[in-house]
Design a protein around this ligand. Structure first.
Ligand code: SAM
Length: 196
């Protein structure tokens, strides 16, 4: 085969792979769009979940960490930790972290990410709506509107005074954020938490 033929063959292979990747992505987006329309979400293992897996972007993670500030010595939780990006960042900064994740495959990926970096944090396969959130100084979430509604009620009852919730993109419906940057919201539990 001539050099030109080899180059053409390689280009065709790359094109086929790219198209395959595109089709897979398009299929994933279709599945997600269907779930959004129905307001019912399922994980890759077919488990009913409250919000789909969409990882926070590096840019949002950076803002979340900036708004949280010092993590050393704090107890933190990521609600719906996915593949563990946020858990990893908070553990790296010295927090004792619990990540709650219903999908076992994602929980496994999160544990893998932590162990590769020799970081210790717990990844708990549990619905965070059934978890006791009163022990955390810092709680993070990348949720959806319906989850934020239910979470606000739980946090008003459970969150300890002085602790914070940092939310990527989605807001609590009736709670005024203390700080906002780059579509990330920091809420602090105070004696008489201000209503919006
Ligand atoms: C939008 S992703 C966020 C992932 C990660 N926190 C991040 O910011 O990169 C939401 C995750 O929450 C998980 N999840 C959905 N409902 C849950 C629930 N009730 N309890 C625990 N995990 C849940 C999903 O499987 C998914 O991985």
């Amino acid at each position: 085969m001539s050099r030109e033929d080899e180059r053409l063959k390689a280009a065709l292979k790359r094109y086929k792979e790219a198209k395959l990747h595109y089709n897979e992505l398009a299929e994933k987006h279709k599945v997600l769009a269907r779930q959004v329309m129905l307001g019912e979400y399922y994980s890759v293992s077919g488990l009913r979940i409250d919000m789909p897996f969409v990882p926070s972007t590096a840019n949002k993670v950076e803002t979340m960490m900036e708004l949280i500030g010092t993590l050393r010595g704090k107890k933190a939780a990521d609600l719906g930790c996915g593949d563990g990006k946020i858990v990893f960042e908070m553990a790296k900064r010295g927090a004792t972290v619990d990540g709650y994740e219903l999908e076992p495959r994602l929980a496994g990926q999160a544990r893998g990410r932590l162990s590769e970096a020799s970081l210790s944090a717990r990844v708990i396969e549990q619905n965070f709506f059934t978890a006791d959130l009163s022990k955390y100084d810092v709680i993070t979430i990348y949720g959806i509107t319906s989850v934020m509604k239910r979470l606000e009620i739980k946090l008003r009852q459970e969150m300890k005074l002085g602790s914070v919730l940092v939310s990527n993109t989605f807001t609590l419906p009736n709670w005024r954020p203390e700080r906002t940057k780059n579509d990330v919201y920091l809420y602090r539990k105070v004696e008489n938490t201000e209503e919006v």
